[in-house]
Design a protein around this ligand. Structure first.
Ligand SMILES: [Zn+2]
Length: 560
């Protein structure tokens, strides 16, 4: 390991000199140094006394700030109540200036900390100090709750209903659950969080909660539980039983709802949940403290405002290959409520170099594989997968078991066509125009030298898919996207020619398709018909998009 004070011996000396110049007593921790850490004990003069500080230099000093520890509980705020670390700067790395000495830093920031505690200038940028965030938890257990939910004013206790699952991990149990309902004062209140990803053995559980105004800062979960168990009288006599990992367990769950500031100036609640458990037939309980994760509607939508628009929208995606597969995943991440997938193919190893999923889905139907992945990770998206060919033989046994494409399109707000099949585009665009819903097609050109994403809004006076093909490939009104026709390849064992082109280049096309789809689904804006045409600039491989309206072609039947 490269030690910074060996590469920069002058810097270490300057650090020590700076302490000395201020007349502070300083001692280097020899045990830490023997292990390759520079830790310094400093007696910082404060109101005629010495405040004992422990300064841990980061291995990448002076690029990053030191950690400064004071005795835990010394300050009511701006200090981690468990390990005693002081919060002297905001969290962003640029708030530390590498040219300052630690002594100079302490000389300025410790008085600033005291001033902030006395109600003076805020020490760090506006942020809430969430005490529940300081506690160590039994990861990866979790409880999903809604930040926006609060017990009725004055309620001090009640029960919560959750969907969850227990998992065994060696000698301990993990608990994962999502709160669905609260009961208090004779009332039932639904709580809306992201749907719980049901695992085998999932159950519904009701357990007590108690509202607390201050959270005990106990590092050890059992000591913490010992302090709060009286809030849940008789809980250990109402144990539940479950077989997990081939073993019978007894357990009970209880939650503290700690009232605190959850955003600057906003009061709310933090969840701290306890799972008390033991193998059946044994005496001693193990106490697990479980992290509450905010997963309500606002919690999930805060980062992607489109989530609110997409939650009750239904998209049909035809073609789940290199372009469509990524579209399916991105739309689901963004909060789409319903997605119907339609594709005839199965997952082969070769194409997964430009597909969102890999080896664990080899051999599965592409649409079913994507549906399984989405259901596991973004379960708010209700996904239906069909395996079939658009335009397949109209026989009772096909193209899709007992379902016609008309049925598949029922209730759909938008169709995205990523088949790159001209015949399918022609048919699907006509169908969408008839039904009166937007149609988007997205495809890349050979060699992934370019691509096109075109959106057709019903009845907006612009041309149709056919008009666009005419403008691009017949009269040249719109320059076609960059392409390299020599890049077609026919891989061994494959009966469809495909083209050479990397996944990261195709992703450009997929993402533009997603953007144009979300715009079309947004009721607050008027989305127009237009074609986005992509060319990759030769030398730099820089993607460049052009936007074109779609002129009506006189000979097209969409005129009527
Ligand atoms: Zn037309």
């Amino acid at each position: 390991m490269r030690l910074w004070w060996e590469t920069l011996p002058g810097l270490r000396q300057a650090e020590m000199d700076a302490f000395e110049a201020r007349g502070w007593r300083v001692r280097v921790d020899p045990a830490a140094e023997a292990q390759g850490f520079l830790v310094v004990h400093v007696e910082f003069p404060l109101d005629g006394e010495a405040l004992p500080l422990r300064v841990a230099y980061p291995a990448q000093f002076p690029y990053f700030r030191p950690a400064v520890y004071a005795p835990p509980g010394r300050f009511p705020e701006h200090q981690n109540p468990i390990d005693g670390v002081l919060c002297l700067l905001g969290p962003r790395t640029q708030e530390w200036h590498p040219e300052t000495t630690v002594a100079g830093f302490l000389e300025e920031r410790i008085p600033a900390l005291l001033d902030a505690i006395d109600g003076g200038r805020p020490l760090v940028e506006q942020q809430a100090e969430i005490r529940a965030g300081y506690l160590p938890y039994d990861d990866p257990s979790y409880v999903l709750f809604d930040s926006a939910w609060a017990p009725p004013a004055g309620a001090r206790s009640g029960s919560l209903v959750a969907k969850g699952a227990l998992l065994a991990s060696g000698e301990r149990l993990l608990l994962r659950m999502a709160i669905t309902k609260a009961k208090t004062g004779g009332r039932e209140i639904p709580v809306e969080v992201v749907p719980f990803q049901s695992a085998p053995g999932s159950f519904t559980i009701e357990f007590p909660f108690a509202v607390v105004d201050g959270l005990d800062m106990e590092e050890k979960p059992d000591a913490h539980w010992a302090k709060v168990a009286h809030l849940f009288p008789g809980l250990d006599r109402r144990l539940k039983e479950s077989t997990v990992g081939g073993k019978k367990w007894q357990f009970a769950v209880a939650a503290l709802l700690a009232a605190e500031e959850i955003q600057k100036g906003i009061r709310g609640f933090s969840f701290v949940t306890f799972l008390i458990h033991r193998p059946k037939g044994t005496r001693d309980f193990r106490v697990a403290r479980i992290r509450g994760l905010r997963a309500g509607r606002q919690d999930m939508g805060a980062r992607v405002p489109a989530t609110q628009i997409l939650r009750d929208r239904h998209v049909l995606l035809v073609g789940c290959g290199a372009i469509g597969g990524q579209i399916a995943v991105e739309l689901s991440k963004a909060g789409l409520g319903r997605l119907t997938l339609f594709d005839y193919d199965h997952v082969e190893p070769g194409p997964t170099v430009r597909w969102p999923l890999g080896q664990s889905f080899f051999g599965e139907s592409k649409s079913a594989a994507l549906a399984a992945h989405i259901k596991q990770h973004w379960p708010q998206a209700k996904v239906t997968a069909y395996t079939g060919v658009v335009g397949g033989a109209a026989v009772p046994e096909g193209p899709v078991e007992g379902v016609t494409l008309d049925e598949v399109m029922e209730g759909v707000h938008l169709v995205i066509d990523a088949t790159a099949e001209v015949g399918v585009q022609h048919y699907m665009s006509d169908r969408c125009r008839e039904v009166g819903i937007p149609y988007i097609y997205a495809s890349a050109t050979p060699g992934a030298k370019g691509g096109i994403v075109a959106r057709f809004m019903p009845r907006d006076g612009q041309g149709c898919w056919f008009c666009l093909q005419h403008a691009m490939y017949q009269d040249g009104a719109i320059q076609e996207p960059g392409h390299d026709d020599a890049a077609e390849v026919l891989p061994a064992g494959c009966n469809h020619p495909t083209f050479a082109g990397a996944g990261y280049d195709l992703l450009e096309v997929s993402l533009q398709g997603v953007r144009m789809a979300v715009q079309a689904l947004d009721p607050r804006r008027t989305a127009e018909t237009f074609a986005a045409v992509l060319d990759f600039k030769e030398e730099l491989g820089l993607p460049a998009w052009r936007a074109h309206g779609v002129p009506r072609f006189g000979g097209c039947e969409c005129q009527g």
